[in-house]
Design a protein around this ligand. Structure first.
Ligand SMILES: [Zn+2]
Length: 106
């Protein structure tokens, strides 16, 4: 059973709006979340949610999870939702608009 990660990407950025430099779990999670933000916002597909190229980061039983993250957002509710269809790891990302990972064409 996966966990639910409720994250505001701004908590993973430093004063220059760059991903925090300190190595460790927070930076690794931040990198993962930024990858999801890029994938979701760069796509012209329906924003409702689709399977991305982002591989799940979990390692249940010390084996890399085989799931690809399904993610999307809705223009009326700019929270990116994501989940892994294999292990059910899932989460919500807020605060991503106008960051360097926001690839939406305006
Ligand atoms: Zn997974």
């Amino acid at each position: 059973m996966g966990d639910t990660w409720v994250t505001d990407i701004r908590h993973y950025l430093d004063d220059n709006e760059e991903l925090i430099q300190e190595p460790g779990p927070a930076r690794r999670l931040g990198e993962y979340l930024c990858t999801i933000i890029e994938e979701v916002t760069a796509s012209t597909r329906n924003k409702g949610g689709w399977e991305t190229e982002v591989r799940c980061r979990r390692r249940p039983h010390h084996k890399l999870c085989e799931g690809n993250i399904v993610a999307g957002f809705d223009e009326t509710d700019p929270t990116i939702t994501w989940f892994c269809p294999f292990c059910e790891d899932n989460g919500f990302i807020t605060g991503w608009q106008e960051t360097q990972w926001d690839r939406r064409k305006t």
